[in-house]
Design a protein around this ligand. Structure first.
Ligand SMILES: Nc1nc2c(ncn2[C@@H]2O[C@H](COP(=O)(O)O[C@H]3[C@@H](O)[C@H](n4cnc5c(=O)[nH]c(N)nc54)O[C@@H]3COP(=O)(O)O)[C@@H](O)[C@H]2O)c(=O)[nH]1
Length: 957
């Protein structure tokens, strides 16, 4: 129609100017026209419904830029309703050339209207679509969800701002890329995700269903997304892709997991807590939950208590404590470390420490109680307290001082220590231990010694002295042990034992052991000790020393006649005189009885000068001792001379033993010289000493070597019949032949060897008695056994004899013990008692060597004797010496009056035997009738002349 371009503008009533909806030019729709054209004709069209300007429009509307742009020459406008009916549209054709004929245009204005209407509708639709698209896009960009659209192959067709933000890409970078390879984690099973995608496309996955899948961001981080998915269809309903809206739930999941973990932990803590945990509702106190700890503490199971109140199960022992808890909760909302006692289900009482807090659970106020069972701990504490109390009472009552010292300061001391030292507690605690020591030196010494021992052995024990508060000294044994062996600075505990009394006692014992209690002089033991030192000193100095052995000549007589007290006074005074007449360094000792030994030292290196000095001293002492003694008040002075044996020594060439023997030998020389004299030991005496020493050594071994034998000498009656035998000891000493007893018995008595020897004799004799029992020829024989004084006076002598008899099964009736007068003179009471005990066993007694001693009738009468044996010294000259004959007759008469059997020994001649027979003695022993012989000879002896009555006693003769 020559109307080109054409504009369609929309007229909205009451809105100026009109809005251009579409523009066509050269048959094409152009979209540049966005603003309202200042279309001057619109007003006319709006008012008249039509307008037409054929030409010179550009002159009419000069400087209108739109018209200029269109190069418009004319204008045709018509008002028309669009398809929306309500909307008015102005359609304007703008001819570029003047319209020649406006008629056809008017004719075709219907066509124009229709055409413009259609265009106008399309324009509207397009505008609406664009608007919708923009709206959707805006929504997609502004929603907080991740929106992703994929095509059928999984290529990204849409991704919103949130999606780009999450994935770290620009939209343009993502569009068209494969979702699965671009945005999924490397380790994910892509096939699985693709399968999900297929399900979405197939409509198998509803949009309401949520699928959690991870995505990988550009930086490689992994995020978890909760996807809601749907398929996208085109206008024909064909599925063309998928649309997924996702929410980043990474943090939420993490938080959820954290919460779950935390819940698990708390639940676990609740369940496994060793403490009792219970939750009660505040409103009614009912148990809502309890854990295993509660079950263990109370004995009630969870099922038994849930829904119940504590009072229902009577759990509180002290309601006062419960009240305390309730008050604290009401006041503070919590209560901590409340000690309470609970009654267990079985009735036992448990002690516990309880903490409770108010908490809100599901909107309700509850009490959370955590209770620790401290029953065992309490018991242990009580036990510890008891034990401490006991320990304290022990410490208090301990008879030793006990204390703790830290860094040498007293930290604790017990009562005993206070009693011991006289200090009060407050005077010692915190004070240095030095307070108790007599000197710094002793304090330091003890400290060093003690700590050295502690370091080496873990405990230190030292003997020391403490000075008490009153100044007196205590002897102490201090034992210390560290509180912590690895750290001595933590101090030591110590015990202090007061050994003062023990020390004094030891001193006393030492005195007794080393000093003669009567005179206070060193005894034999100390003498030997001093002599050892003297020999060493002499060896060093090469100076001579001397040993002086003294005997008081009249002592025995004074002692016997005036009594022991006077005798003792004599001994004490003699000791004093000796001490005052030797030099200070010399030793005066008493060996026993009236025997003294003096050691003189430092006598110079010249032997003769030493001998002279010794002799001078000896004479001085002898002179002093011979001065009168005022022993009793009443009686006149007594006199007592002394005999002195002297010997020199230098070094220890000569042994102590030999030196004493030398002095002893010299002493006997002095006595032999008529007493009241001093004699030096000379070399000629040495031989005797040596042989004596050799004898002693050999005798010690003789018993063990089996060198001792018993010979048996027959005892014969007046008819020549043997009624018994005397056992006589012989020593078959190698190189010396058969040694007679007189050669070794005195030495054996002196050395004590007589005891084992005597025991051996007794055993051998008893064995022989038993052996004789086996034969008719010997079973009646009585065995006489010699017993020495030392042997008899052993306290267990009776038991020894009895044991020997029993050991061999010997008949006690066949045993006769021969005692000498010296045996029975000493301690007569005890002798009689002992003899009676043996008599009770059946053992007989013979008084040997009768006539040589006191032979007092009075004691003879008291002794339970069976026999007297007249000493051979009276027999020897009996036939020629009238006095011997008289003595023998007297003995025979006396024994007859006492009813005692008499045996005469030493019968060597028929004259002697005859004399004895004529004077009433019918039992004999002597060489005439048979010498002592070994048992073998007894056994081969053809005839002992045995008959039944040979064993009869004298009473029956
Ligand atoms: N404690 C012990 N002392 C014992 C023991 N054995 C002996 N002795 C004592 O030794 C003393 C000497 O004994 P011994 O040398 O055996 O002399 C005895 C006889 O052999 C001797 N005797 C006997 N008959 C005669 C004789 O006719 N002439 C003579 N010259 N001597 C004779 O007399 C001794 C017996 O004496 P006694 O004991 O007094 O009966 C001896 O005295 C015993 O004390 C022993 O085991 N233990």
């Amino acid at each position: 129609m020559g109307l080109d371009p054409v504009l369609v503008a929309r007229l909205i009533l009451d809105q100026q100017p009109v809005a251009t909806l579409a523009v066509w030019q050269d048959g094409q729709s152009i979209s540049i026209w966005s603003d309202d054209p200042a279309f001057p004709l619109c007003a006319q069209v709006l008012s008249t419904g039509y307008c037409a300007i054929e030409s010179e429009l550009d002159f009419t509307y000069l400087r209108d830029e739109y018209l200029e742009w269109f190069t418009a020459k004319g204008d045709v406008g018509e008002l028309s309703l669009d398809s929306a009916v309500e909307t008015r549209a102005i359609r304007a054709g703008i001819p570029r050339a003047p319209l020649i004929d406006i008629g056809p245009i008017r004719v075709n204005r219907g066509i124009l209207a229709t055409r413009a209407g259609a265009e106008f509708g399309q324009c509207e639709a397009m505008a609406r679509l664009r608007q919708e698209h923009d709206t959707v896009r805006n929504i997609l960009q502004t929603v907080e969800a991740i929106i992703v659209a994929l095509d059928l192959d999984g290529r990204i067709t849409l991704v919103n701002r949130k999606g780009c933000q999450l994935l770290g890409y620009q939209e343009a970078e993502l569009i068209g890329r494969d979702w699965f390879s671009t945005c999924l984690p490397h380790d994910i099973d892509v096939a699985e995700i693709r399968a999900i995608h297929r399900k979405i496309l197939n409509g198998d996955l509803q949009g309401s269903e949520c699928v959690d899948n991870p995505v990988r961001t550009r930086s490689g981080a992994e995020r978890l997304i909760a996807w809601h998915n749907n398929s996208i269809r085109d206008a024909e309903g064909r599925v063309i892709g998928s649309l997924s809206a996702g929410e980043d739930i990474t943090e939420r999941r993490r938080a959820e997991r954290k919460l779950a973990d935390s819940e698990t932990r708390y639940r676990l803590a609740f369940q496994t807590s060793p403490d009792s945990i219970n939750i009660n509702r505040l409103a009614d106190g009912r148990y809502l939950d309890v854990n295993g700890g509660f079950e263990r503490l109370t004995g009630w199971s969870r099922d038994e208590v849930i829904g119940k109140r504590s009072r229902d199960i009577g759990i509180w022992r002290d309601l006062g404590v419960r009240r305390q808890l309730v008050n604290a909760l009401a006041r503070d909302g919590y209560c901590e470390n409340l000690e309470a006692r609970f009654v267990r289900k079985n009735g036992e009482i448990a002690t516990a420490l309880m903490s409770a807090h108010l908490i809100i659970l599901e909107g309700e106020t509850c009490i959370l109680s955590i209770t620790r069972d401290i029953t065992d701990k309490k018991r242990a504490e009580e036990a510890l307290r008891d034990s401490e109390a006991r320990a304290n009472s022990i410490l208090r009552a301990a008879p030793v001082g006990i204390g703790v010292v830290v860094r040498r300061l007293f930290m604790e001391v017990n009562d005993t220590l206070l009693r011991m030292t006289g200090y009060r507690q407050d005077e010692l605690i915190g004070q240095s231990a030095r307070l108790l020591y007599p000197s710094d030196a002793e304090f330091e010494l003890v400290g060093h010694e003690k700590y050295d021992q502690i370091r080496a052995q873990g405990i230190g024990t030292v003997e020391t002295r403490w000075r008490c508060k009153d100044g007196s000294l205590l002897n102490i044994i201090l034992s210390s042990s560290p509180i912590d062996p690895d750290d001595l600075d933590k101090g030591v505990t110590f015990t202090a034992q007061d050994i003062t009394a023990r020390k004094a006692h030891e001193e006393q014992i030492r005195n007794l052991a080393y000093f003669d209690p009567l005179t206070g002089l060193p005894n034999r033991r100390l003498l030997v000790d001093r002599l050892e030192h003297a020999l060493i000193a002499s060896h060093r100095s090469r100076q001579y020393g001397a040993l002086m052995m003294l005997d008081l000549d009249q002592f025995k007589a004074i002692n016997d006649t005036l009594g022991h007290d006077v005798g003792d006074r004599l001994l004490v005074e003699a000791a004093r005189r000796m001490t005052t007449n030797v030099r200070e360094g010399d030793t005066v000792s008493r060996l026993g009885g009236d025997e003294y030994v003096v050691i003189l030292e430092g006598l110079g290196t010249d032997e003769q000068a030493a001998a002279n000095a010794t002799e001078m001293t000896a004479e001085k002492v002898r002179f002093a001792l011979s001065a009168p003694y005022a022993l009793t008040c009443a009686e006149p002075a007594h006199y007592c001379t002394s005999s002195i044996g002297l010997t020199l020594f230098r070094g220890y060439d000569t042994s102590i033993e030999v030196l004493l023997k030398q002095a002893d030998v010299a002493l006997y020389q002095a006595k032999d010289a008529g007493r009241n004299a001093a004699r030096f030991f000379n070399p000629a005496m040495q031989k005797t000493i040596e042989s004596r020493l050799a004898l002693e050594t050999a005798l010690r071994q003789a018993l063990f070597k089996g060198e001792l034998e018993l010979f048996y000498q027959p005892q014969i009656d007046q008819n020549g019949r043997c009624f018994g035998a005397e056992a006589l000891l012989r020593w078959r000493r190698p190189g010396h032949g058969l040694v007679a007893p007189l050669e070794f018995i005195p030495l054996a008595e002196e050395t004590g060897l007589i005891l084992p020897i005597g025991q051996w004799v007794m055993d051998t004799a008893c064995a022989q008695i038993k052996a004789w029992e086996a034969s008719e020829r010997t079973r009646f024989l009585r065995m006489a056994v010699n017993v020495s004084a030392r042997q008899f006076h052993q306290p267990d002598f009776v038991a020894q004899v009895q044991a020997s008899l029993e050991r061999y099964g010997a008949n006690p009736q066949r045993l006769k013990l021969e005692l000498t007068e010296s045996v029975v003179l000493e301690n007569a009471e005890q002798v009689v008692s002992r003899m009676n005990q043996l008599k009770a066993l059946g053992v007989g007694f013979s008084m040997d060597d009768f006539g040589t001693g006191y032979s007092s009738l009075s004691y003879l009468k008291r002794l339970p004797l069976d026999q007297l044996k007249i000493d051979k010294s009276f027999i020897r000259d009996i036939a020629t010496d009238p006095s011997d004959a008289a003595i023998v007759r007297a003995i025979l008469a006396m024994s007859q009056s006492l009813g005692l059997e008499v045996v005469a020994e030493g019968i060597e001649s028929e004259a002697q035997r005859r004399f004895l027979c004529e004077n009433g003695c019918h039992r004999f022993q002597g060489y005439l009738l048979g010498r002592p012989k070994p048992i073998e000879e007894w056994e081969t002896q053809p005839d002992l002349g045995a008959d039944a009555d040979r064993a009869t006693s004298p009473a029956s003769e």
